[in-house]
Design a protein around this ligand. Structure first.
Ligand SMILES: Cc1cc2nc3c(=O)[nH]c(=O)nc-3n(C[C@H](O)[C@H](O)[C@H](O)COP(=O)(O)OP(=O)(O)OC[C@H]3O[C@@H](n4cnc5c(N)ncnc54)[C@H](O)[C@@H]3O)c2cc1C
Length: 422
């Protein structure tokens, strides 16, 4: 496969772009694989890539019911950060951020990772204290974190609504400078291309429709393109995980599928060069500006469970209200598009990367709003789990039995209600 390099870009520019190869092969499913990953999003593709690269496994397939990145990986607001507090989460997301920092080089694919800084607005002295506790812990455990006062915030982001009579006046911000955004499609394509180069079969339009079991193991997968025998299976299907779990005859999971919408405006001149988060008094809103100029933003979940990839109008109003309350200058900006994804919300807001009741089935799910940033790390640790059949210490508590052991990994302290864990 042709590597991307300055020389190859120039050479192909001079020869009508005729020298590029396919980015990945269009594979027919084989009869048998050592590992089959179900789900061609960022997690499934990253897992396949690290299985091949870190563990030398050769006979791997990723089966995807639609097109690569057609799930949440291609629908999210692309925020990447590691400002997590709970043990396990902190190390996991920091590892992910470090992988992001080198991902374009690693994959030889420009994932457009832009470390523009993640700014969470603070609206009360107690919010500043709470943020200081979290952000000091981050610094003590090797990440970067700052608290900005109002003066600095005004210099950095002048367009915010600093009116002291606002319902929630802005008093400062918690900032992670190494955080930012990336180009979601590029990450998916980059992992797909790099996995394909290492011999992974990527099979699109291949839906898993049944699961054949025998003696506590999976024998193979019924797919829309025929039966595939497999030695090991990994589920990486985000909002559809519970459907696959039922297919495997495993009953219920502590996961609910909820809608989350995202929005983009018409392109504007450069206005915002940070990711800004506004969350207080029931409001929840995050916004950044894409390289094309559109403002990309989102808010809370739609408040009902569903597998459909479309959302509800009340959230449009809710998000527009948040947008104009913190950035009043957006009042006359036109919304270009909005869409929805299906999030796999867990009971405590944290993920599962773990073994399952079936010996050769492994689970990667429960990503809530936040699995895009987790993608590289999830692929790394999920591959490690599948290859070695035991969890690394970092994910040891992220299993399905943690609730039985009395462990909640609840970043928000929101309690056992999936829709509250944004
Ligand atoms: C609107 C929105 C905004 C978000 N914003 C952010 C953000 O800013 N930052 C962040 O970190 N996270 C964010 N997230 C969360 C993040 O997008 C997801 O957690 C992450 O993309 C999950 O990746 P994935 O690869 O596991 O899932 P997906 O990309 O959904 O991949 C799963 C794949 O499995 C396939 N599949 C399902 N069932 C089957 C089957 N039976 N057979 C074969 N294939 C199947 C699906 O088609 C899908 O392509 C957001 C999510 C949404 C919806």
């Amino acid at each position: 496969m042709t590597r991307f390099s300055a020389w190859n870009v120039i050479k192909n520019g001079l020869s009508n772009q005729k020298g590029w190869d396919r980015q990945w092969q269009d594979c027919e499913p084989k009869d048998q694989y050592d590992v089959v990953i179900v789900g061609g999003g960022i997690h499934g593709l990253a897992t396949a890539y690290y299985l091949a690269k870190n563990h030398g496994i050769k006979n791997i397939a990723v089966v995807e019911k639609g097109w690569l990145g057609g799930g949440n990986a291609g629908r999210n607001t692309t925020i990447v950060r590691s400002n997590y507090f709970q043990p396990g989460n902190r190390q996991f997301y920091e590892h992910s951020l470090k992988l992001w920092e080198n991902l374009s080089h690693e994959l030889n694919y420009n994932v457009m990772f832009s470390q523009r800084g993640h700014v969470s607005l603070l609206h009360s002295p107690s919010a500043i204290d709470t943020a200081a506790r979290r952000y000091n812990t981050m610094r003590l455990t090797g990440s970067d974190a700052e608290i900005w006062g109002l003066k600095k915030l005004k210099q950095k982001i002048p367009h915010l609504n600093y009116n002291v009579n606002a319902r929630f006046p802005i008093m400062g911000a918690a900032v992670q400078k190494r955080a930012g955004t990336a180009r979601h499609d590029a990450v998916v394509w980059g992992f797909a291309r790099a996995a394909d180069q290492r011999g992974v079969n990527i099979i699109q339009n291949c839906e898993v429709i049944g699961i054949k079991r025998d003696k506590g193991k999976i024998i193979g997968l019924e797919t829309s393109r025929g039966f595939i025998n497999c030695k090991k299976v990994g589920f990486s299907a985000a909002g559809n995980t519970t459907l696959l779990w039922n297919m495997a005859g495993l009953g219920e999971l502590p996961i609910e599928s909820h809608k989350l919408q995202a929005f983009v405006t018409e392109p504007l001149k450069p206005l915002l060069d940070h990711v800004v988060v506004f969350g207080v008094g029931g409001a929840h809103f995050y916004i950044s500006q894409s390289d094309k100029g559109g403002l990309v933003f989102g808010g809370d979940l739609d408040s009902y469970k569903s597998y459909a990839q479309r959302g509800n109008l009340p959230i449009v109003q809710d998000v527009a209200e948040c947008a104009t309350s913190i950035l009043p200058c957006l009042g006359r900006v036109r919304l270009l598009r909005h869409w929805s994804g299906t999030c796999d919300m867990s009971m405590d807001g944290s993920h599962f990367i773990c073994k399952t009741p079936l010996k050769n089935l492994y689970l990667n799910a429960g990503w809530n709003y936040g699995g895009f940033k987790a993608g590289p790390s999830a692929g790394w640790y999920f591959a490690d789990l599948i290859a070695n059949d035991r969890p690394d210490g970092v994910i040891a508590n992220h299993d399905l039995k943690r609730f039985e052991r009395g462990i909640n990994i609840d970043e928000r302290g929101a309690g056992p209600d999936p829709k509250l864990h944004g």
